[in-house]
Write a protein that binds this ligand. Structure first.
Ligand code: NAD
Length: 491
């Protein structure tokens, strides 16, 4: 299928990849999957049974012994092949993301680049950070060393909004360090990983990577199964808390990334043209469905009027449309219920007394009248205690707020329960430095509105945006290995 996307039919069935073979789930329970741009069903995803999850875990366990013993330079070759296969199928993979998620094709291509960069980063990890330490003669005739060891089978639970990139924050590192893995894609956007599964099937020995589709029941089996050594989760905060608590109680390592409500602060000395050009995609790109999306635009002092005018003007110029059309700036929301949820927040904002200065609810995409579209929506005069200012809306909705000083802006940000990202726009190094050091958020942008860390940095997250110690991307080297200390003496 990966070589011929045009074969995709309306009755696409998402199968599980278990022990190197694609198998249809025996479950009767299923959920439709959509092309959100057209507003049409394209197939369905099963809610796999507990037995199927156990089969996947069993396959990963059986593959572990041999996989973990492959010499590191040889194991790396599998990742080079993974990278090559992903690159040679970039178009098909990007199209699968756009088809099932709705984001624009250029956003999907960007997502894939980030996924591939994590494969490269994992390869570098195997040659560098994987190495241990050694000290001769820590006592007379005694040497001491530490070595990193893989742990066994891991599980990765993923959100809908980056169907391929987020699983790749974890999979390549787990594998290159000698572990095997069971991946659960989002049940809303499983198509991307289904396609990547064909590559896994071609590249890796059976059982090394397994994909099981479903929702809570699948997750609960992964959380309770004693063979799973650790769980990574990326998704909303309430579920992240549940995963963190349950996995910990069950004695597993856990890294759980949660939701976000990000602030962009604009100082009076900011270069407004460039600032607004940078801000717009951060609020509305991916239809606002990004954990690094900005949601609250904070104008400091006198910049307020001019910033507001420019921001609204630029937002009005955005083209809402089908993700496959190259002229589109903003694709649809991922499902009809996501669209309804965001509309609910817009109604809530009006009810709370915020001033709706741009209303995206009536946007029309003539060729796709059934698509789940919402245009850019902007509220002005938003106060920090309004629900729309506090909760994660996860849609193309921007709140404009005004404060009078950088101190007030920082205090506003630090009151949020979330701490995923924050950015500042200024020409003052002093102000930027104060912001970066005093704001409690894991990813800080200085004149950069989407502060997305490269694969070879950890993906930050603080407060209720992250639960655990070790963050996604390169830091997982410590998640996917343990340290064994060897103290030796030879008589
Ligand atoms: P979600 O929490 O609804 O679902 C994420 C995963 O958890 C899915 O695989 C789903 O099947 C599973 N799940 C859902 N409810 C569950 C339950 N009760 N018990 C067990 N498993 C359950 O998240 P989503 O809507 O798919 O994704 C959007 C969210 O993800 C947003 O909050 C966004 O901010 C967040 N996100 C965060 C980051 C980050 O790095 N912090 C990155 C991407 C997305």
């Amino acid at each position: 299928m990966i070589d011929n996307m045009s074969k995709l039919v309306k009755s696409l069935r998402i199968d599980n990849l278990i022990n190197g073979s694609f198998k249809p789930s025996s479950s009767e329970r299923r959920q439709p999957i959509y092309d959100p741009g057209a507003g049409e069903e394209i197939g369905f995803v099963p809610f796999s049974t507990k037995e199927e999850v156990k089969d996947a875990i069993g396959a990963a366990e059986a593959a572990y012994d041999k996989w973990s013993k492959i010499p590191v330079p040889d194991r790396i070759q599998y990742l080079f092949r993974l990278k090559n296969e992903m690159e040679s199928h970039k178009d098909q993979l990007a199209r699968s993301i756009t088809l099932n998620h709705g984001k624009t094709i250029s956003e999907a291509e960007g997502e894939l680049e980030r996924a591939i960069q994590n494969v490269e980063s994992a390869i570098s990890v195997a040659y560098t950070l994987y190495k241990g330490e050694y000290m001769p003669t820590v006592a007379s005739g005694i040497d001491e060393m530490s070595e990193r060891v893989p742990l066994g089978v891991f599980a990765s639970i993923n959100p809908f909004n980056f169907p391929i990139m987020v699983p790749f924050w974890f999979i390549p590192y787990a594998l290159v360090l000698g572990n095997t893995i069971v991946v659960k894609p989002s049940e809303i956007t499983p198509l991307g990983m289904f396609m990547v599964g064909e590559i896994f099937q071609k590249v890796f020995p059976p059982g090394v990577v397994n994909i099981v589709n479903g929702a809570k029941e699948v997750v609960d089996e992964l959380l309770s199964n004693p063979s799973i050594k650790g769980i990574t989760f990326v998704g909303s905060t309430n579920v992240a808390k549940y995963i963190y608590k349950t996995a910990s109680e069950n004695g597993k390592k856990v890294s759980a990334s949660g939701g976000a409500k990000n602030f962009a602060v604009v100082m009076p000395d900011a270069k407004l043209e460039q600032t607004v050009a940078n801000l717009i995609p951060s609020f509305f790109g991916n239809a606002g469905q990004r954990c690094l999306a900005n949601a609250n635009l904070v104008a400091v002092g006198g910049v307020y009027d001019e910033l507001k005018r420019k921001f609204i003007e630029a937002s009005k110029r955005l083209v809402v449309g089908y993700g496959f059309d190259r002229g589109t700036d903003i694709g649809p929301l991922v499902t009809e219920s996501a669209k309804n949820r965001v509309q609910g927040y817009i109604e809530k904002g009006i009810e709370e007394g915020a001033k709706l200065v741009l209303d995206g609810r009536n946007v029309r995409v003539p060729d796709y009248p059934k698509g789940f579209y919402l245009g850019p929506t902007i509220f002005d005069e938003v106060s920090p205690d309004m629900v729309i200012a506090k909760e994660e809306i996860f849609g193309p909705v921007a709140n404009i707020m005004r404060v009078e000083s950088i101190e007030e802006a920082i205090e506003l940000i630090n009151r949020s329960r979330y701490g995923n990202a924050a950015s500042i726009f200024t020409t003052s190094g002093v102000v930027a430095r104060k912001f970066a050091s005093e704001v409690i958020a894991g990813n800080i942008g200085v004149n950069v509105a989407v502060a997305q860390p490269m694969a070879f940095f950890p993906f930050g997250g603080m407060k209720e945006s992250f639960f655990g110690v070790l963050h996604p991307q390169i830091e997982t080297v410590n998640f996917y290995t343990d340290r064994k200390i060897v103290i030796q003496r030879w008589f």
